[in-house]
Design a protein around this ligand. Structure first.
Ligand SMILES: NC(=O)c1ccc[n+]([C@@H]2O[C@H](COP(=O)([O-])OP(=O)(O)OC[C@H]3O[C@@H](n4cnc5c(N)ncnc54)[C@H](O)[C@@H]3O)[C@@H](O)[C@H]2O)c1
Length: 343
């Protein structure tokens, strides 16, 4: 079946409110989750919601926790999420980064004691909307083996970079693994195979079985280059921000254990370097040059195309996810059927 943006948003807000998540926080989680689904990142959309409900039930997500600033300078901050919803903590981290960037040219915020935040691009978009450049990185529980190794030690370590422009949405948002782990989890839920050359089983052999891949390891994207980038992110979003790194990172896919990953978010004000309008014109000129031969994508085009499509067609929900949502709704005495039938 397909649901509308409004229905998805309502489902999340209604269910989270019943789990004592403050309304403004539930709205952030809902907006970030819908954003993932409409951009085509269903691996990090509503499909991850049951994982968050588990986290709330077992106490790895603490809805009423307060985010605290542990260390601060005019352009940096280290914040402790105290295990609040990851979406809410990274949202707050980017708000602080943008405020500092407005004052000093750059805001760099490290985050620890948080939780899975969905897609990195939701937070870089916050900066773009204020004519800022953004970089968002995070580490995750291990999934990727270093080149030459078999055992996963690195996370799928996402990176998003957003750039303001007058005419285009300019954003890259991706895992540093050949596939996001969420895509493997989604394939397993739907009973589908995964593409070739994405993952290895526990013996180090290539596999297209998502379950074997989740037990084994995901390859880095772009061979040694993806590994090298994931390696750097592991440190910048780990030890630098008082978060765990390597084997010690837990709780991003398995929400039954406390989450120990970290994030690093940056906002940069182009005005502190050049004239903003000239910068945005240059970005647009470059994109025109790139697109001149026709039928060429830039980073961000895929998201724009998907947003239009899923807003028009609705967001697909597979049967397994629907039954998971029905179960959660029943437990929380929420009439999901009425909402879905528009009653
Ligand atoms: N929260 C976490 O711990 C976590 C971990 C890993 C990934 N993620 C998220 O998973 C999502 C999916 O990651 P992925 O690696 O599977 O994404 P992907 O491989 O689908 O790559 C997506 C990016 O590539 C760009 N792109 C696609 N085709 C292009 C083309 N032809 N030319 C130029 N650019 C193009 C898109 O615009 C997009 O920005 C991301 O949103 C990421 O933030 C989150």
């Amino acid at each position: 079946m397909r649901i509308t943006v409004k229905q998805e948003r309502s489902i999340i807000i209604e269910l989270l409110s019943r789990m004592k998540v403050p309304l403004k926080d539930a709205e952030i989680v809902a907006d970030a989750t819908v954003d993932a689904d409409i951009k085509g990142f269903s691996s990090h959309g509503l499909g991850r919601f049951p994982q968050y409900i588990t986290g709330l039930k077992v106490g790895t997500i603490v809805p009423e926790a307060e985010i605290t600033i542990e260390k601060e300078s005019i352009s940096t901050a280290l914040i402790n999420g105290n295990h609040k919803f990851g979406h809410v903590v990274t949202f707050r981290g980017m708000e602080i980064a943008i405020k500092k960037a407005k004052e000093t040219g750059i805001g760099l915020v490290g985050i620890h004691n948080s939780n899975h935040f969905g897609i990195a691009g939701y937070y870089s978009d916050m900066a773009i909307m204020q004519d800022m450049i953004a970089i968002v990185i995070a580490n995750t529980e291990p999934a990727v083996a270093p080149i030459g190794g078999k055992e996963p030690i690195l996370g799928t370590n996402p990176i998003a970079i957003g750039i303001p422009s007058n005419k285009h949405y300019v954003s890259v948002d991706m895992a540093t693994s050949a596939s996001a782990r969420g895509k493997l989890m989604e394939a397993m839920r739907k009973g589908e195979k995964i593409p070739e050359n994405v993952a290895l089983d526990t013996e180090g052999n290539p596999t297209i079985d998502p379950e074997a891949a989740l037990k084994g390891s995901i390859l880095p994207f772009g061979a040694h280059k993806g590994y090298a980038l994931a390696f750097m992110i592991e440190i910048l979003a780990g030890p630098l921000v008082k978060a765990a790194f390597g084997r010690e990172v837990t709780g991003t896919a398995n929400s039954e254990v406390m989450c120990t990953k970290g994030d690093l978010v940056a906002a940069i004000d182009p005005k502190k370097f050049v004239d903003l309008e000239k910068f945005k014109e240059d970005v647009d000129d470059f994109i025109s040059e790139i697109k001149a031969p026709g039928n060429i994508f830039i980073p961000g085009d895929m998201e724009v195309r998907n947003v239009k499509r899923f807003k028009e067609e609705g967001i697909p929900i597979d049967d397994k996810l629907l039954s998971q949502l029905e179960e959660i709704a029943d437990e929380l005495s929420f009439d999901l059927e009425a909402l879905l039938s528009g009653k």
